[in-house]
Ligand binder design. Sequence first.
Ligand code: B12
Length: 376
Amino acid sequence: MSAPVRILTAVPICDGHDSAINTINLEFIRHGIEVVYLGFHRYAGDIVRAAIQEDVGAIGISSYNGGHVEFFAEVVRQLKKYNAADIKVFGGGGGTITHDDQRIMQRNGVDKIFFAGTSLGDMTQWVRQRYGTARKRSLGKSPDMKLARKLTEIEDSYAQRKRPRKKSAAKRHSLGKTRVLGFTGPGGAGKTTLIDEIVLRLLQREPKASVAILSHDPSVVGAGALLGDRATMINSQDDRVFMRSMATRGQAGGLSPATEDCLALLAQSDFDYVIIETVGTGQEAMPFQSKLIDQTVLVMNPDYGARLQLQKIVMLDLADIVVVNKSDLDRAKTAANEIERRLEGSKREQRLISTVAKRHRDRGVDKLCDLLMEKK
Ligand code: B12
C-alpha cells in the first residue's frame, strides 16, 4: 500500500464559478486522489497557507472571472517565498484562459492549464502520473511546514503499514497549557461551522493564542477522499490557526488509523488549543478513547427522530457537553427538553447548550466557548 496522491483545489478571490471544480474533485476522488477543497472566493495567501499545512503535492486552481495570469503568478510567488516551490500549480478555466495566457503562465512557473473539451479521465490520469511519484522536497523551514511534514510521515507510515498500531506514548500531564477538545456528532449537525465560530472567539478572546484543528472526512471505499471542511471554515483561515484534514482511510468509527499519533504530535507542539473533529458519526460511535482529550462535545441536530432514538446514542452517556445546534428550527425546544431528560439519567456532570452556529454572534456559541475555556 502506498500513500494516496494528495492535492488541494480552490477557486480564486472574486470568483464564484465552482461547478467545474466540484465535478473535477469528484472524478479525482473516484480515482484514489485525496482532495483538500478550500472552496471559492479564496485569497492567494489562504491557498498557499492551506497547501503548506496540508502538505499537498500540488494546487489545482479553477479560474473563470479573469485575472488568472496575475493570480496564478501570485500563488507561485508565495510558494517560493515560503520555500515551498516543490508544491506545483496547475488548473483550468473553460473559455476564459487563452492559449496565449497559458504560455505566459507556464513561464511564470505554472505546470499546466487544461482547456475546454479535455476529458475528466485525461485530467485525472495526468494528475496521478505527474504528482503520484515522490517529489524532491525543499527544506522545510517554517514551523507550519515542519509540522505538516511530520504529520505526513505519520500518515504515510500507516498507509504503508509500517507502523504498529500502538497507543501513543504522550501523556496528558505532559501537555502543559494545551487544551484538547473533541467534537463529534452526526453528519449535517453543523460541527464544522460550530468549530469555526469557536475558533473565531478563541482568537478574539486570547489575542496571542494559537489553535490547531485536526479534521476528518470519510474516504470513499477503496478510493480517495474529499476533505472539504476547510471550505466551511472561514474564520480559521488565519496565521494563528494550523489546520490539517485527514481521511479515515478505511477505518470505521469517525477517525483515521493515524489520528492518535497525529493528535499526540499536535498536542505536544505548543498550541494553546487543539480541536479534533470526527466525521459524521452513527449511534454506536465512541470516537474519543484518547487520554489526551480534555473535553468532548457531542453536536446534535434537533431532527434526530423519535425520543426513543436518544436511548441508542452512546455519546450521550460519554460527552462532557451536548450541543443542540440549529436551535432556530421548529423542533429545537422539544429536542432540548428530550435530551435534558435523557441526560438526567447520567451519573456524570454533563452540560446541555443550544446554539445556532450559523448566526453571527450567537449567544449559545459564546456560552459554549466559555465552557471550553473554563478549566484552562
Ligand atoms: C456555468 C457558468 C456560470 C454559472 C456558475 C455556476 C457555478 N456555481 O459554477 C453562473 C450562471 C452562476 C455564472 C455566473 C457568472 N458568470 Co459565468 N459562466 C459559466 C460558463 C457558462 C461555464 C463555466 C463552467 O462551469 N463550465 C464547465 C466546465 C467543467 O467546463 P470548462 O469550463 O470547459 O472546463 C474545462 C477546463 O477548463 C478544465 N478546468 C476548469 N477548471 C479546472 C480546474 C482544475 C484544477 C483542472 C485540473 C481543470 C479545470 O476542466 C474542463 C475540462 O473539459 C462560462 C462560460 C465558459 N464557456 O467558460 C461562463 C463565464 C465564466 N461566466 C462569466 C461571467 C461574466 C459570469 C458573471 C460575472 C455574470 C454576471 N454578470 O453575473 C457571474 C459571476 C458569478 C460569480 N460569483 O463569480 C464569463 C466570464 C468572463 C470573463 N472572465 O471575462 C464567462 C466566460 C461567460 C462569458 N463568455 O461571458 N456563470
